[in-house]
Design a protein around this ligand. Structure first.
Ligand code: PRP
Length: 171
């Protein structure tokens, strides 16, 4: 398998800093919760919240749709529920990638039902051409073509998550 760099550390840092600034402006005056979607978003979420100049509560949710496959099975299961009370809070759902849109749609609908005053979505990568259901994120790091990417939290069969940059995986 070959791997080529798609986004360097510097490109990632610059973009995440910009996103953090925008989110700081947009969420000012709210009680904000960043909801990290495990596992892929851990690195992005950790970097992003440290670029937000507000008090940010942190929580985690885990859904799984992929197993060890390269493509989505289409079945989204909630594996771990968030712990915080979301009522009256401004929740930012933080994802590493939106592909088919199935995972984000599931998390979004689930969180909307928990009484948050606002629910927004941030994704590090967006692959709009791979959508099976429509979903538009409020904050997008980079829009990419339908290629398989790894690193910065993104895995292939649990490998490559800890690569610091984003790489394209080819057969
Ligand atoms: C990946 C990724 C997103 C989702 C995107 O998660 O982290 O959550 O798939 O794909 P979709 O838009 O087609 O639903 P995965 O279920 O593989 O779990 P992981 O984050 O633990 O790798």
């Amino acid at each position: 398998m070959g791997q080529t760099t798609l986004f360097t550390r510097e490109q990632i840092d610059n973009r995440v800093t910009e996103m953090g600034r925008q989110i700081s402006t947009d969420f000012a005056g709210t009680e904000m919760i960043a909801l990290c979607v495990l596992k892929g978003a851990v690195f992005f979420c950790a970097d992003l919240v440290r670029q937000v100049s507000l008090d940010v509560a942190l929580d985690f949710v885990q859904v799984s749709s992929y197993g060890n496959q390269k493509y989505s099975s289409g079945v989204v299961t909630i594996l771990k529920e968030p712990q915080l009370d979301m009522r009256g809070k401004a929740v930012l759902i933080v994802e590493d990638i939106i592909d088919s849109g199935l995972s984000m749609r599931e998390v979004f609908n689930y969180i909307e039902g928990r009484g948050a005053s606002k629910v927004k979505t941030a994704t590090f990568l967006d692959k709009p051409k791979a959508r099976k259901v429509p979903f538009h994120a409020d904050y997008v790091g980079f829009t990419i073509e339908p290629q398989f990417v790894v690193g910065y939290g993104l895995d292939f069969a649990e490998k490559y998550r800890n690569i610091p940059e984003v790489q394209v995986l080819s057969d």
